[in-house]
Design a binder for this molecule. Structure first.
Ligand code: FES
Length: 112
């Protein structure tokens, strides 16, 4: 899925994309882009509304923390939410929403 131009995606304003059956949050950190499930597995908050620090987004409701690079819960990395490959081609950002690298609890290798 083409998301838009890289220069139009602001670090302080993550985007929420509609993937197949779920929302996906696209974050920009410096020149890098990361896409993970938007819905927090704890109680459903939108992770796109949480602050990002050192590559980790903190859920705005109860402060669970997820690594952007692989969707792992920072305090228990065996638990993961979906993360999605992001590529930038000629300034256009693409997210492969059809290809999550994790589902919650799957414990599969990192995608980041
Ligand atoms: S809804 Fe995210 S930590 Fe509770």
């Amino acid at each position: 899925m083409k998301v838009g131009r890289a220069e139009d995606i602001a670090e302080e304003n993550p985007r929420v994309l509609q993937g197949p059956g779920k929302s996906i949050a696209l974050f920009r950190v410096g020149g890098d882009f990361f896409a993970i499930d938007d819905m927090c597995p704890h109680a459903g908050a939108s992770l796109s509304g949480g602050p990002v620090e050192e590559g980790i987004v903190t859920c705005p409701w109860h402060y669970w923390r997820f690594r952007l690079k692989d969707g792992a819960w920072a305090d228990n990395p065996k638990i993961k939410i979906g993360c999605y490959p992001v590529t930038v081609q000629n300034g256009d950002v693409f997210v492969d929403v059809s290809n999550p690298k994790h589902d919650a609890g799957a414990g599969k290798p990192a995608c980041g």
